[in-house]
Unconditional design. Structure first.
Length: 170
């Protein structure tokens, strides 16, 4: 599946909440880099940097260190180590935080990293938190974007304009 199809699936789930006061910013270039951010949702609950992946297989975590020091959690889907995707969305969050650093009050705006696995199998597992990155599926992601409310509508508009100004479209 191509990246555009993956983004379309995640975006389709979020279109439902867009009418609920969520502003979607698509395909934003990170200044000084070839990298881009595919989805940013600015909502009353904060700013959500979303990366969508279409990995197939059962989602689970591993800690590969010795028993005395297991080390950090790694994200695995099936047999594939997908930890690099978690690290990538964490880097994207830093670019968004940098875009918001132009005004003192914006440091209080919560910025969340989310990795949406559109085709993975979850078994009995629920969403995961690896470092500061939330990992889940599209329907659950849409619910997280809506609550809790920390910004009013004019603030959501202003924050989205700030991000759009600092992170141009690709």
């Amino acid at each position: 599946m191509q990246r555009s199809e993956r983004d379309r699936r995640a975006g389709a789930r979020l279109e439902i909440v867009e009418s609920e006061g969520v502003i979607m910013l698509n395909d934003r270039r990170i200044p000084g880099s070839k990298a881009s951010i595919k989805l940013i949702a600015v909502a009353p609950a904060g700013v959500f940097v979303i990366d969508a992946r279409s990995y197939k297989g059962l989602v689970h975590t591993k800690r590969l260190g010795p028993m005395s020091d297991l080390g950090p959690d790694e994200l695995h889907v099936g047999r594939k180590n997908c930890t690099s995707s978690v690290e990538e969305v964490a880097r994207q969050v830093e670019a968004v935080r940098s875009a918001l650093s132009t005004k003192p009050w914006t440091t209080e705006v919560p910025v969340h990293a989310m990795l949406c696995l559109t085709r993975a199998e979850w078994g009995f597992a629920s969403a995961l938190q690896i470092s500061d990155v939330w990992v889940g599926w599209p329907k659950l992601l849409a619910g997280r974007v809506q609550t809790p409310v920390v910004m009013d509508s004019p603030t959501v508009q202003e924050v989205s304009l700030m991000i759009a100004d600092h992170l141009p479209t690709t």
